[in-house]
Design a protein around this ligand. Structure first.
Ligand code: HPA
Length: 277
């Protein structure tokens, strides 16, 4: 198991405030980190224990500051299993920022649609997930503050889901709820795989988030998950899938996505029940 001591010693020196919320920002969705006030920016490359970032659309910067009055740490970029990291390395930033005090994780990602009602650019609030990575960051000795057999009957926090839906309604943002299925990637799924995942009960498919959510839940950290639907079900779109298209769509959707996140943080700031329950 990775020793967090050097990571925490470094971050405690660089960050002046105790974070409440950790924002894990997916492909092309890192822009909101630029809006943090009184921001401290630390490139991942400087942080002991953090791996280098290799994926386009992931800046690899940790930004600490306030958003809507809430002390946040935003991760502009994440580590993926398909880059060759083991799941514990993928989840290390979650363990570190939770150890600094964050009790809420907002995990975001770009995902492909499986639900035929979804359109490109839709936002999906995660209701549940299916771990089709068959990898797990919790394997091994039990880490500090974690439980051996974490309950997963409600991985995504109902109050945060309701808050996100309310913010979406107030802002005229189309959102739905659904099940996210995580693959290691890096290839996109075949049409036969997509059809199978749909039959298994998934609404969207992606290559991230689940390792981070598993660690957060093992620590008792509350989770809100949001997917930006960047792709139609494979085989149904006119063009083959490409990461460039994923990033282009994320850029188009950024304003809506940022409005939703800001509204959620305003809700967290003014409704302490969301933190306390
Ligand atoms: N499939 C898997 N992962 C993804 C997709 C997809 O269609 N879009 C963005 N990440």
């Amino acid at each position: 198991m990775t020793d967090l001591t050097p990571t925490l010693a470094f971050l405690r020196e660089r960050l002046t405030e105790r974070p409440r919320v950790l924002l894990a920002l997916g492909s092309g969705l890192g822009g909101i980190a630029e809006e943090l006030e009184d921001a401290v920016r630390v490139p991942f490359a400087e942080i002991p224990g953090f791996a280098p970032v290799t994926v386009a659309g992931h800046k690899g910067v940790l930004v600490a500051g306030q958003l809507a009055g809430v002390e946040c740490v935003a991760l502009q970029g994440r580590f993926h299993v398909y880059e060759g990291h083991d799941p514990a390395a993928v989840a290390l930033p979650i363990r570190a920022v939770a150890a600094l005090g964050a009790r809420t994780l907002v995990a975001t990602n770009a995902a492909g649609a499986l639900n035929p009602r979804f359109r490109r650019g839709d936002l999906m609030i995660l209701d549940d997930h299916i771990n089709f990575m068959f990898r797990n960051p919790l394997i091994g000795p039990v880490a500090d503050g974690e439980t051996r057999f974490p309950d997963m009957s409600r991985p995504y926090d109902p109050e945060l889901q309701a808050l996100a839906e309310q913010v979406a309604l107030e802002n005229g943002i189309r959102v739905s709820r659904g099940v996210y299925l995580a693959l290691t990637g890096p290839n996109y799924e075949t049409p036969a795989e997509a059809a199978m995942f749909r039959r298994l009960g998934a609404d969207a498919v992606g290559m991230s988030t689940v390792p981070e959510v598993l660690v957060a839940r093992a620590l008792g950290v509350r989770v809100l998950g949001i997917s930006l639907i960047t792709d139609l079900p494979t085989g149904t779109a006119a063009e083959p899938q490409s990461h460039d298209d994923v990033l282009a769509l994320a850029t188009q959707a950024a304003a809506r996505f940022e409005r939703l996140l800001r509204g959620v943080l305003e809700g967290i700031a003014t409704r302490p029940d969301v933190e306390l329950a």
